[in-house]
Each structure stands twice: as C-alpha cells, then as structure tokens.
Design a protein around this ligand. Structure first.
Ligand code: ATP
Length: 466
C-alpha cells in the first residue's frame, strides 16, 4: 500500500474443510476469523470474502466443494505472526464448536487446510486454482509446491487435504474472470438441530422484486432454494450480481429464528468457470469439460429413466449420461444419429469405463432424417408388405412379389432442438451459470480495494454465533 499506509502488507488467507462432521462450515469459520483478526490487528479488508467453488465432481466433498479466501492488508510488522494468529483463531473456532456440540476435540477432525500467501501472489496459485476447478489435485503435490514458495506461509496444524481448496481459493483472484455475490446469514448455535424457520412467501417476494438475483426458487417444483437442509450453520444464502439487492434480503426475507451473523461473499458461483474445452481423448475421471460431439448411437433408456447416448469426436467415443432429475433425459431421447451437440459436464468412472455426466447441452446441428414406408403395388395400387429381411415385398391384394423396389420416403420434420437445454434450478450445481446470467457476465475482476468491514460482514448476536 502507498502513502500513510506504506507499512501495510497484503495478505491472502485461504481456508478449506473447516467443518466438523456435518456441523460448522468453512464460510462460518472465515466469518469468525475475519472478526477475530480485526479485534487483534488494525486490518484493511481488500475484497468481499471470496467463496470459491471447485471441481463439482470431486468425490470427497461434503457439500458444494467451496473454499474461502480472505484478502487483507495488515501492518507489515505482524507478517511474521499472521500464521500463528490464524492458527490460534481457528483452534479456538474448533474448540468452541466442539464444546458446544459435546464432541471430543482430541478426535481427529476432517482435513482442514489453511494457506497464507503474500503479495505479489506467485503464479503457482493461479495454476492450482485452474487444476482444482477442472481436475483432481493431489494434496502432497500442492504441499510440496507451497513449501518451496517463499511468498507462502503454512500453518502447522492445518495441512490436511483442505490445503488444495485453500490454495486454489487464493489463486482465483489471478484469473480475471466472471463473478457473482452471495449473502449468507448464519443461525444461532442453539438451533443447529432444528428445522430452519424462513417464511417462504417472503422469499417469493424477494425473488419477484429483485432483478439480478438467481436460483432463489424453483418454479417447477415450487420449492425455495435459499435454505440448505443439513446441520450446518447457514440459515439462508441469496445469490446475485448486485450486492445492494442482496443486502435487501436482510429486511425482506422474514425469519422466525435469530440471525446470529451475515457475510457477503464474492464468488465464482453461477459462472460456468469449471468448463474447459477438451476433446474425448483428454477426458479422465473427474475432469470437467465442454465437448463438441457427433451422436453415434440411438438413445438408450436405463432403469430409473436415465438416458445413455453414445457420441464421439475425431479423437474418441464416449457414453453421455443424462440423469432423469436433470430433465435433460427428455432432449436426450430425441437425439438422432448424426446430430451435433456441445455438452458441458464432467467425466466419471462407470463399470471400468469413463462416461460423461451431462449438465448442459446445446444441439448445434440436427441431422435430416427420413420416414420411409413400402410403396404401392404398381399393378393394383395396394400398399405392399415387407416379406422379411432381404426377401423383398409382397402385395396382399394381387399376390405379386417385388425385389429392389424403391421405398416412399419423406423428410421427418423434427422438433427444433437447436438451443441450450439445462436442468431446473433445483438440480443446478453451484458453478453452473443460470439462464438469467447469460449476457450479464462481469468481464474483469475487481481490483483489490479497501471495503469497510461492517458493509461486508456483521456478527449480530456474538453469544449465539459461536
Ligand atoms: P464445506 O462447505 O463444509 O467446506 P465442501 O463441500 O466444500 O464442504 P469440503 O469439506 O471442503 O467440501 O471437502 C472438499 C475437499 O476436497 C477439500 O479438502 C478440498 O481441499 C478438496 N478438493 C477440492 N477440490 C479438489 C480437487 N480438484 N482435487 C483434489 N482435492 C480437492
């Protein structure tokens, strides 16, 4: 920083897997951390807290594979203490959560990871982000790379698998890419086991009166989508492109339980950030991709109504899987051999092979198909009947048989499928760009700039928060 703030240094703190079985969550821990740090140090918050979603197909995620990065400037003289301070605060977070839940702190808890990086951010963080978003990353490899990096501080006790997400979340800022926001409200710790108490009609009202929010409700199933269902501390989260609209939720969405705290996150949610161009021969289990393919086989409906369609490009062949709840099975059943499609999704292992789970499909070319029937008898005009494979046709009226006769064909005018098909909001994973965000993309990342802490996060009821 410059001027009177010359003695401030920029620090990026990445966190992941800071949950405890089904309780707690990394965003909740990050909210605790930023407030505790601000009590101990004079900090400048340089961005909304970043909620960075990573590869949605990773098998060991608990929920939505989200990690958090906090970007602050602190007095440079505290740089040597920041790792220890962060560790102490997160120790404290676990201790309080365990005490409250009656869990023994000595039990090994999940796989938490904390990474601290200093400016200028080394490019390796950008690479880790891309890989963790679109592929599988080994924690040992990340640890090894970070340990060799002089701008990185590692936290002794928190070097579990979470370091993958923690480093990736830090690296997001190096990709000048699209973003959205989410306002998350947190519950009272005394209500974790109770059903959430949010007035649904006020969520509908919020949805109807905001222009730039998304996935608040699923019209088809008439369900509100802002409340999670587990024991985590989130009461509700609303997502959108405009912070000022999101903050209105605090007034508009009526709740019948206390909100202990809220935080606004900037995020890669709803941006399709995980979609990278690949060809079939580049697919491996858990890689995300956009593929351009030609349909090679007829759709096959398997038990539970899912649909499998064989497709390929010049490099190979793959089975596309369309799951019934995604409603993409309907379009899949209408595909014909020769159609050309672009699919978004991820590769998954299936019976010793890799298949591709489709999350969006655009039909780019519909092949022309024909409907054919036997012609009429040239002698008596009756419609001919097929005798059997390779045996020609017979007239049932005059008894004559014919070989090598030309069928009567006409073009099958199929329904126009040349458009984008995507699942209903309730089936869309966090990273999927919803329909109403198309054309609304932010073309560049915000530069890091001071934002008052109390406009980003607030602990409303400290005694209920943790
Ligand atoms: P929470 O919301 O509580 O954080 P979650 O669904 O985000 O839950 P985590 O508990 O964070 O899931 O578990 C995901 C784990 O997978 C983390 O340890 C993270 O570091 C790791 N991870 C994320 N992406 C990848 C990846 N591409 N390759 C390998 N590990 C990954």
């Amino acid at each position: 920083m410059t001027g009177p703030e010359q003695d401030y240094c920029v620090v990026h703190i990445g966190l992941d897997d800071i949950d405890l079985y089904q309780f707690g969550c990394t965003t909740h821990a990050a909210t605790y951390l930023i407030h505790e740090l601000s009590k101990l140090l004079h900090i400048h918050l340089l961005d909304y807290l970043n909620l960075v979603r990573l590869n949605p197909s990773i098998p060991w995620k608990t929920r939505g594979n989200g990690a958090v990065a906090i970007r602050i400037a602190i007095p440079c003289r505290y740089i040597d203490n920041i790792a220890e301070l962060t560790q102490r605060i997160i120790d404290d977070y676990y201790a309080k959560l365990c005490k409250h839940l009656g869990i023994d702190i000595a039990e090994p808890h999940v796989n938490p990871g904390i990474v601290i990086a200093l400016n200028p951010l080394p490019p390796i963080y950008g690479h880790i982000y891309t890989k963790a978003l679109t592929d599988v990353v080994l924690p040992e490899v990340v640890l090894d790379k970070l340990m060799k990096n002089s701008n990185t501080l590692l936290v002794e006790r928190y070097r579990g698998r979470g370091i993958v997400g923690a480093a990736a979340a830090i690296g997001w800022v190096l990709h000048f890419s699209d973003y959205t926001y989410e306002l998350i409200t947190y519950r009272s710790k005394y209500r974790y086991l109770e059903p959430r108490c949010v007035d649904e009609s006020s969520v509908y009202l919020f949805n109807d009166t905001t222009r730039y929010t998304f996935n608040n409700i699923d019209i088809e199933t008439n369900r509100i989508l802002v409340t999670p269902h587990g024991f985590d501390p989130v009461l509700y989260g609303v997502r959108g492109d405009d912070v000022f609209e999101l903050i209105k939720a605090l007034e508009m969405i009526k709740v019948c339980e206390p909100i202990s705290a809220w935080t606004i996150f900037r995020s890669n949610q709803g941006t399709d950030a995980h979609i990278v161009e690949r060809s079939v021969n580049e697919l491996r289990s858990y890689r995300t991709a956009r593929l351009r393919l030609r349909i090679l086989g007829k759709p096959i409906v398997i038990p539970k109504g899912h649909v499998i369609v064989r497709a390929g490009d010049s490099t190979g062949v793959i089975d596309l899987v369309f799951f019934k709840p995604s409603k993409l099975d309907t379009v899949a059943k209408k595909l014909q051999i020769g159609d050309e499609v672009v699919v978004h999704g991820h590769a998954k292992p299936w019976a010793h092979e890799v298949c591709f789970h489709v999350e969006k499909i655009i039909v780019v070319k519909q092949t022309r198909t024909y409907i054919c029937k036997p012609p009429r008898c040239p002698l008596c005009g009756c419609r001919l009947t097929k005798k059997g494979f390779g045996k020609g046709y017979k007239c049932l009226c005059c008894g004559r048989s014919f070989m090598n006769i030309e069928l009567e064909c006409h073009i099958d005018y199929r329904e126009n499928l040349k458009k984008l098909f995507m699942p209903p909001p309730s089936e869309q994973k966090h990273l999927i760009k919803p329909l109403n965000r198309y054309g609304r993309e932010h073309k560049e990342h915000l530069p890091l700039k001071e934002i008052p802490l109390d406009t980003v996060t607030k602990i409303v009821e400290p005694l209920l928060f943790l």
